[in-house]
Design a protein. Structure first.
Length: 333
């Protein structure tokens, strides 16, 4: 990585770090950061909605024989074909931010089912689904540092929604969010609820319903990247298999969820397959929920409650008739 590129990236990070910011939605946060980067003149900020700034056929990080600069692309891609074309156009570099879920669409979250699967299986893509502006901000800063200061290959992807959030992150939370998950509530719980992106709101509401209606305590986690968690867990498992006599490698997922047998309910607004990636690496009873699991869109708080109660029944922790009562109470029959 040329020194001039790392210098430009560091100036971008410095500009973003000193700029005023407040708790808001991931979309508003990223748009504000894009404006700051434009003013810094140290990054290419490309807005896909503007014809005058569409990349077209020119190399996105070279102009007038200058070195690579950080590339920040704001776009709306509904399908894997569109996203694949965009990644090819950018030579699979930069930070790609997709706001498609804020636009009307027949698909859950505005995207065809192939798009999240493409993200999960693309080896050069690190995908994130931030639930808050604070998460989005931490991810963008990490992307600038990883891709352009440290010079690692690939690109970052952020799915953006416009739902405000008052979540704040301390230094440890920021580090853990980048690894894929961090705790919203650190207390021990009879069940553990995981949520990503906009779906975290329903997960948090489900935690309240479990406590208010069923006297069940829930531990709550935000998971900005199920895919990053699954990739690291799979890599650790492969290393352990190839080195059976060496001390075992751990992973962030096991460090977060190990040491407890409480059922884990993981929720996404994408199809369930995105959360299914974790199943092989969670030792407790695991329930994956996504768009299409129990309803066409992301599971509602009521379905999350019912699935948590069913998991507790399967663990022998409560009577099965409680699930039927919950179905009646929330009019899910």
């Amino acid at each position: 990585m040329p020194a001039s590129t790392a210098h430009a990236a560091q100036r971008c990070i410095d500009a973003l770090s000193t700029a005023a910011h407040s708790s808001s939605s991931p979309l508003y946060t990223v748009m504000t950061m894009a404006n700051t980067l434009e003013l810094s003149r140290q990054a290419w900020v490309i807005r896909g909605q503007s014809r005058s700034r569409r990349v077209g056929g020119w190399p996105v990080w070279f102009a007038r024989n200058t070195a690579e600069k950080p590339m920040f692309y704001l776009h709306s891609a509904a399908s894997s074909a569109q996203l694949c074309a965009l990644s090819d156009e950018t030579a699979q570099r930069g930070i790609l931010c997709n706001d498609i879920e804020n636009q009307p669409s027949a698909w859950p979250r505005g995207t065809q089912p192939s798009l999240p699967l493409w993200l999960a299986t693309h080896p050069r893509c690190t995908p994130y689904d931030p639930a808050s502006g604070a998460e989005a901000r931490a991810i963008v800063l990490a992307g600038l540092r990883t891709l352009y200061v440290e010079g690692k290959p690939g690109f970052y992807y952020l799915a953006l929604h416009d739902q405000d959030s008052a979540v704040t992150l301390d230094a440890q939370d920021r580090d853990d969010a980048l690894k894929g998950m961090y705790p919203i509530q650190r207390r021990q719980g009879q069940v553990r609820l995981l949520g990503a992106g906009r779906a975290l709101v329903e997960v948090a509401e489900a935690a309240q319903l479990l406590e208010q209606d069923w006297n069940i305590t829930a531990q709550l986690w935000s998971c900005p990247s199920y895919t990053r968690l699954a990739r690291e867990a799979a890599a650790a498992e492969r290393w352990n298999r190839l080195h059976p006599t060496a001390p075992r490698h751990s992973c962030h997922l096991r460090e977060c969820l190990g040491g407890s047998s409480a059922p884990v309910i993981a929720v996404t607004g994408y199809p369930q397959a995105i959360v299914d990636q974790l199943a092989a690496h969670v030792e407790a009873r695991f329930v994956a929920l996504g768009a299409g699991s129990v309803q066409a869109t992301a599971p509602s708080r009521y379905w999350i409650v019912v699935c948590a109660l069913r998991a507790l029944v399967d663990e022998g922790c409560m009577d099965a008739n409680q699930v039927e009562k919950a179905m009646d109470r929330y009019a899910l029959n």
